[in-house]
Design a binder for this molecule. Sequence first.
Ligand code: SAM
Length: 348
Amino acid sequence: MSAEAAVGFEPGPLIDPQARVIDYLRVSVTDRCNYGCVYCIPNDGVAQADRADVLSFEEIAALVRVFASLGVRRVRLTGGEPTVRRDLPALVRLLRAIPGLDDIALSTNGHLLPQLAAPLRAAGVDRVNISVDSLDAERFRRITRRGDLHRVLAGVEAARAAGFSSIKLNTVAIRGANDDELDRICAWAWERGVVPRFIEEMPMADGRAYVPGAHLPAAEIRGRIAAAWPGTQAVADVAHALPGAGPARYFRLAPDGHGARPRRFGIISPMTEHFCTTCNRLRLSTAGALHACLGHDDAVDLRGPLHAGGDEAVVRAIRAALGGKRPGHTFQLIGLGGPRKAMVQIGG
Ligand code: SAM
C-alpha cells in the first residue's frame, strides 16, 4: 500500500454521494457587511467570527490551492460583503497564481466598487455580481437598512468601465417590497448590457428574517416580467444556458424586440423550482468551515487540518465534508427547514 493510500489521500476529482461533480467554491472573505438587508440579517443580528479566527489571505490561498488540485476550477469571493475586507485585490492576486483556477468571480453589494472595481479587475477578478434590490433610493435604503443606491449605481458604472467579462445584477424578489419594479430593473440592466437575475427568498437563520407571505415564486417572477411587455412570454434561454455554471436558469422574452438585444434574465429559485440535483459547489466560511450545502448547518473545519497536517489532512477533511453533502436542502415555503445560520455566516 502506498503512503498516500495509507492516509486516505486521494488526489482525484471531487464527486459526492449523489455523483455530483464539484468544481466550484464560494469563499467568504468576511462575515461583516456594510449593509444589513432585512431578508438576510434578522432584527436581533447574527453572531460574527472572532477576528482571530478569520482566515488570512495566505490560509485562503493555501486552501484554494488544494481545492484546485482536486478539480475546482472556479472560485467566487463573497461574504458578508467581501469588499470591506482590507486589500481584497491582494487576495485576488494570490488566487490568480494558483494553477488550474480558470475563473475568479465576486459577489458584492457594489457600495465600494466606485473605488475598487478597477483594482479588482487589474488583480484578476473576471466576473462580478452586484446586488440591487430596488432602483428607488428610499426603498433601497429600507431594504438594505443603510444602503446608498447612488453609490451602488456608480459602482455598476465603475464595473462596466473596468471591463469585467460579465456583470450581473442580483435582486431578491420580495412581495410588497420590490415586486412592482422587476420590469424596471430588467429595463435598467438591459440598457447597460447587464443581465438581471431574480432570487427567491430563502428562510435562512431559522427563518428569523423570512416573511412567508412575502415569498415571490419563480413562475410569478417570470409572469410579471413578461406582462410588462405585452405580447411577450418568458421562454427558457437554452442557447445561452451554461450547464453546471450555477443555480440560475435563464429566460428571455419572446418574440425578441425589433433590432434589440435579447431581453434575458435569470431566476434563482431554490424554493419552488429546485436545482439541488445539479449542485456543483462547496462553501468555505470566513473561519475556515467547509459547508457542503447552504441549506444545512453541517460543516467540517479545514483550518485545523491545514495547520496540523498540511494538504493531505485538508484533502481528507474536504472529502469528509463531501461525503456528508446532502441530496438537497429542506427549505419550506412557510419558513421552516432552513439552517440556523444566516447567509453571511455560511458564505452567501
Ligand atoms: N454582500 C454580497 C452581495 O451583496 O452580493 C455577498 C453576500 S450576499 C449574502 C449574497 C447574495 O445573497 C445577495 O445577492 C443577497 O441578496 C442574497 N441573500 C441574502 N440573504 C438571502 C435570503 N435569505 N434569500 C435569498 N437570497 C439572499
